[in-house]
Write a protein that binds this ligand. Structure first.
Ligand code: 5RP
Length: 224
């Protein structure tokens, strides 16, 4: 099976976690895009969605799936999203697709988090994938120095084909920290959250995934 087929398989399996009549939180990225396409087929069963990025909102709307502002909903039954890495405890690195802050906000409101990923995303220790951190632009270099002091190799993410810093949906910039071996994800998440100028860190450990649907050659495996 190709990686896309594995992503499609977990996206289809995630439909089993959609709560009828409820608001569903929807993540960002290629796996989430497969989920959106599956969700479109059952859109009449749900009240609507809250999107974790402008790209996701656009895709949902193209399918005719209602998208609500988070400020206009009282609760989200489930949040369904991919990950760049996930460990056996459900802690994740996210933000490869630049949407980590809104993903974290929507996930924090959701009653449960279902992570959908192809099997290559499961790791023993988080950190091989460079950890994304969203920052206020004026604090970019100050935070970069603080992150270097934590032992990683931080680098400002740039716009494709340019030397200019990448700008997120929130007007923030991103720093990707390579070379970390994250043995205590909850502690590192708290530590980076405390740096002045940080908007959000792409470690989802204090609030990790409740369920992970992993796409493998042997079928979809459920970790919970
Ligand atoms: C976006 C994310 C994505 O969930 C993560 O990058 C995984 O993406 P993909 O499903 O394309 O592998 O965190 O900010």
């Amino acid at each position: 099976m190709t990686q896309d087929e594995l992503k499609q398989a977990v996206a289809r399996a995630a439909i089993g976690y959609v709560v009828d009549g409820a608001i569903i939180g929807v993540g960002t990225g290629s796996t989430a895009n497969f989920f959106i396409d599956e969700l479109a087929a059952i859109k009449d069963r749900i009240q609507g969605t809250v999107a974790s990025s402008e790209a996701t909102a656009e895709r949902l709307k193209k399918h005719g799936v209602p998208v609500f502002d988070l400020n206009d909903v009282d609760s989200i039954a489930v949040y369904i999203d991919g990950a760049d890495e996930i460990d056996a405890q459900g802690a994740m690195i996210k933000g490869g697709g630049a949407a980590l802050t809104r993903e974290k906000i929507v996930a924090s409101v959701a009653k449960s988090f279902v992570c959908i990923a192809d099997g290559s995303k499961l790791v023993d220790t988080l950190g091989k994938f460079a950890l994304p951190v969203e920052v206020i632009p004026m604090a970019r270099n100050a935070v970069l120095r603080e992150l270097a002091a934590l032992g990683g190799q931080p680098k400002v993410r740039t716009k494709p084909g340019s030397d200019e810093p990448f700008v997120t949906d929130n007007g923030g910039n991103l720093i990707d920290v390579a070379g970390l071996s994250i043995t205590d994800p909850v502690a590192l998440e708290a530590r980076i959250n405390q740096l002045t100028g940080v908007i959000a860190v792409g470690l989802f450990a204090a609030r990790g995934a409740n369920v992970c649907l992993l796409g493998t050659a042997e079928g979809v495996k459920t970790l919970s």
